[in-house]
Design a binder for this molecule. Structure first.
Ligand SMILES: [Zn+2]
Length: 150
């Protein structure tokens, strides 16, 4: 029996660290079925010159490496911002059990906005979704980041 623990604070730490690197502040954490954190990552698209280096992708890659499988059934993904369509597709492909996210993303989101990847008939795995977790904290980070860059 595992006790419910929010890992959003850790995801927000990763988002803050990303902002300090000059990256869009988004952080993601993967938790295994036993409740252990197996990966915690922030955006690194600029650092790696890689448009796919979103926090969720990096966290899923790291977790898969540790588990030794391309699938992460029973694992939870915590992310500070609504995943984009690319990340939502990766979450589905990885068979993530539960997705917890913070702020919604009207512009780039692909879960409740835009492509709505998990609602698409071609989507073969839909995680349980819990949104709006510490959304204010995640949003404040993003707003501050884009304001300071102007
Ligand atoms: Zn993404």
């Amino acid at each position: 029996m595992t006790r419910f623990t929010s890992h959003m604070a850790l995801a927000l730490d990763q988002a803050r660290a990303a902002a300090l690197r000059g990256e869009v502040p988004v952080g993601a954490v993967v938790v295994d079925p036993a409740g252990r954190v197996v990966a915690a990552e922030g955006n690194r698209t600029r650092e790696l010159s890689d448009p796919t280096a979103h926090a969720e992708i990096l966290a899923i890659r790291a977790a898969c490496r540790i588990v030794g499988s391309e699938r992460l059934p029973g694992h939870d993904l915590w992310v500070t911002l609504e995943p984009c369509p690319m990340c939502a597709a990766a979450i589905s492909a990885a068979r993530i059990g539960r997705l917890y996210y913070g702020a919604s993303d009207v512009r780039m989101g692909g879960v409740e906005h835009g492509a709505r990847v998990f609602d698409h008939p071609q989507c073969h795995h839909r995680p349980q979704i819990y949104d709006g977790i510490d959304a204010e904290g995640a949003r404040a980070l993003l707003v501050g980041f884009f304001r300071d860059r102007r």
